[in-house]
Design a protein around this ligand. Structure first.
Ligand SMILES: [Zn+2]
Ligand SMILES: [Zn+2]
Length: 270
């Protein structure tokens, strides 16, 4: 099959590689219909993430069709169209049972490396270095999905692949940022960075009850999208004194105003 492979800093190529196989009973093999490039992929591209090796297959945002399942998978079957969340989770450990799938104790055999580097470990992630489990990614024609009975979600017939692709990462990432702001009716919410995650955070903030959403970036095209798709007010941080303008919009720092700033990468695709 063809796959997008990392060869070093600023060196990504489409290679012909071996097709993935079922390794464990709870695996599935998914034929990828649609995949996205994440801002986090830029960290790999720019050489910031250790433990990448030449030939590693990239990609953790993808939807596709199940072509094979292991003997332990009954929740989905061959032919199902599925959305694949980027963290790989066992569904049975304490974290998974508590709904904290990104902290799964059983999907990252290299969590010990993260403990040394970051102080604690996380779940494995598709296409994101040995540090995150060393799993082949989804910017490929096929991908092996471990714990397929937990991660894979069947796509309803009325929805296109394009409509659900962002559920793999950036929509829930943006939503979570907004949710963590504890938004109340009438709040003003300011969001730094109008990449895809910032835009989804803006949209989510409105859905969660914010009265006014202000998106801050320096890129006019992004700010235009924030206006068009999120009905947000926009500020350009190269032109405006952001703190001063926000205080003006909300009546200052008084008890009746609430400015929650959601930090987003302004430069990356997120
Ligand atoms: Zn991502
Ligand atoms: Zn788990």
């Amino acid at each position: 099959m063809k796959a997008v492979c990392w060869h070093g800093k600023h060196d990504v190529q489409v290679d012909t590689v071996s097709d993935p196989q079922i390794v464990n009973p709870r695996d599935a093999v998914v034929q990828v219909n649609l995949t996205a490039i994440c801002g986090s992929d830029l960290h790999l591209y720019n050489g910031y993430v250790p433990t990448m090796e030449k030939g590693d297959i990239l990609g953790h945002e993808f939807v596709g069709e199940v072509v094979e399942t292991g003997s332990g998978v009954s929740s989905i079957k061959r032919g199902d169209r599925v959305v694949v969340p980027f963290p790989i989770s066992c569904g049975a450990c304490w974290y998974c049972k508590e709904g904290m799938f990104a902290l799964c104790d059983n999907s990252n055999p290299n969590a010990w490396m993260q403990e040394k580097l970051y102080g604690d470990g996380s779940a494995g992630i598709f296409g994101y270095s040995r540090l995150y489990g060393g799993y082949a990614g989804g910017q490929a024609e096929f991908v092996r999905v471990p714990f397929a009975d937990v991660g894979l979600k069947k796509i309803s017939d009325g929805l296109t692949d394009e409509q659900v692709l962002f559920l793999t990462d950036i929509l829930p990432t943006g939503y979570q940022a907004a949710e963590q702001c504890n938004i109340h009716q009438g709040d003003t919410v300011a969001i730094w960075g109008a990449g895809p995650v910032g835009l989804f955070a803006a949209k989510s903030a409105s859905l969660l009850g914010a009265d006014k959403v202000v998106v801050i970036d320096k890129n006019p095209e992004r700010l235009e999208m924030a206006k068009k798709h999120c009905q947000a007010e926009t500020l350009n941080f190269e032109e405006d004194d952001i703190v001063e303008v926000l205080h003006g919009m909300t009546g200052g720092r008084g008890p009746d105003s609430c400015i929650d700033a959601v930090g987003m990468e302004a430069e990356g695709t997120t």
